[in-house]
Design a protein around this ligand. Structure first.
Ligand SMILES: [Zn+2]
Length: 421
């Protein structure tokens, strides 16, 4: 048995200083707990204790790109970030577009024993945007999120036909990487004053906004659930806000790096600031932070996208898009939202709900699965090295406040900075 002692525990009734006793894979007691029979005691005084974080946008790079990350190293990075579940994106080689491969990734994730691994399967065969995947078969083996992430589904007819099928599957959701590829050729950073000044090709906000606008028409028509991935632009926030007011079942995510940085961060052309969508204007960043606080944006998702050092050690134009984020996300969210309840909502409760992960995102209570994070909101630290196989983080050398100290998955301590006594 494990006792998490004296933390500020997040339950249905809010936060209160309590002990949490874990027996086997479940929470056995919450309140003042007698230490008799306890094998390990975790001192959580001054820390938040709540459901483990859930990342609904992780690139595990496995199969096919395992020099960047693999299932084991990605799961270890997730556990170090306080996550107890991740949803793996399908842009692997081969892509995660059929039940056989999905089952294999989930099985290998389970084997690590570190975090729960779910899969977001490709909407189309080979993520080629042409032929819909067998979404019913994928749903049958547990897939709830469908996306061609890395690329948009550009063809409206293809997307409409898939949306109609997904609308018939309870709890299934179409997630879109909104990017009109015809508008982003030769683009590397946000199209604006910075792209002009640096003479680097720009990526317009409209490339995102236009796709979301088109998609919302299809949502209206088909009744499908829709999730907008990595929202970056004010125009997209406005569309989501109106869609929600209209009663459409629409959710949205933002990445930690879009909350922390704006286009000025690319002034030195550091390739660890190259990602899609790009860091946009200061106004966009402010709008994203507001939208996360007021609930227009539901979820923070990392878009953890590992690339090897040698792949990023090239010119900005040549560098691949993407940055890692699992190990630094919680600190960013803690500071940006400034409210522990909202932190757990956006990093745990809501992503678990959207991804259909029943053992995740549940406030602490007796009988619930023991997927728990102990998070110290006071600890200041500077990321330098990473558990991830890659280190392409924009937070290297940046002072962060707030850190996951202990992660418990299925009743086992899978990560600890303080050690147990
Ligand atoms: Zn994406």
């Amino acid at each position: 048995m494990i006792l998490i002692r004296g933390g500020d525990v997040f339950s249905d009734s809010g936060f209160e200083v309590k002990d949490v006793l874990i027996d086997g894979e479940r929470i056995a007691a919450v309140g003042a707990v007698d230490v008799e029979g306890v094998i390990e005691v975790v001192d959580a005084s001054g820390c938040l204790v709540g459901p483990g974080f859930v990342d609904m946008h992780t690139h595990l790079r496995d199969p096919g790109h395992t020099w960047k990350e693999d299932i084991a190293s990605g799961c270890a990075a997730a556990a170090a970030g306080g996550f107890t579940a991740v949803v793996a994106m399908p842009n692997t080689d081969p892509p995660l577009d059929e039940a056989r491969i999905v089952k294999e990734v989930v099985r290998r994730g389970h084997e690590t024993g570190l975090v729960e691994v779910a899969v977001a399967a490709a909407i189309t065969h080979g993520r080629a945007g042409m032929l819909p995947s067998d979404v019913e078969d994928l749903y049958e083996c547990g897939v709830r999120i469908f996306t061609d992430d890395g690329d948009s589904v550009a063809d409206a007819a293809v997307l409409r036909s898939v949306m109609m099928r997904i609308a018939a599957l309870p709890g299934a959701v179409v997630a879109q990487h909104a990017e009109d590829a015809s508008m982003t050729v030769n683009g590397h950073i946000h199209e604006g004053s910075m792209s002009t000044r640096l003479g680097v090709g720009g990526l317009s906000a409209e490339a995102e906004v236009d796709v979301v606008k088109r998609d919302l028409d299809l949502v209206r028509e088909t009744g499908a659930r829709y999730h907008c991935q990595h929202v970056s632009a004010t125009g997209t926030i406005e569309l989501i806000r109106h869609a929600k007011a209209e009663g459409l079942v629409v959710t949205a995510e933002v990445t930690p790096h879009h909350l922390s940085f704006d286009e000025t961060a690319v002034a030195d052309l550091d390739t660890d600031f190259k990602m899609y969508p790009p860091l946009r204007s200061g106004d966009d960043r402010r709008a994203l932070r507001e939208a996360l606080k007021d609930g227009t944006i539901d979820v923070v998702a990392t878009d953890h996208a590992p690339h090897a050092p040698e792949e990023k050690a090239v010119t900005f134009e040549e560098a691949p898009r993407g940055v890692i984020g699992l190990e630094t996300a919680a600190a960013v969210v803690s500071e940006v939202v400034g409210d522990p309840r909202r932190m757990f909502e956006t990093l745990s409760l809501k992503p678990a709900l959207i991804a259909g992960l029943r053992d995740q995102g549940r406030p602490i209570a007796v009988g619930e699965p023991a997927n728990i994070v102990v998070f110290d909101p006071r600890q200041e630290w500077t990321p330098g090295t990473f558990v991830s196989r890659s280190s392409n983080s924009p937070y290297k050398g940046h002072r962060l406040k707030g850190r996951p100290l202990v992660t418990v998955h299925n009743g086992r301590i899978v990560y600890s900075l303080i050690g147990a006594t």
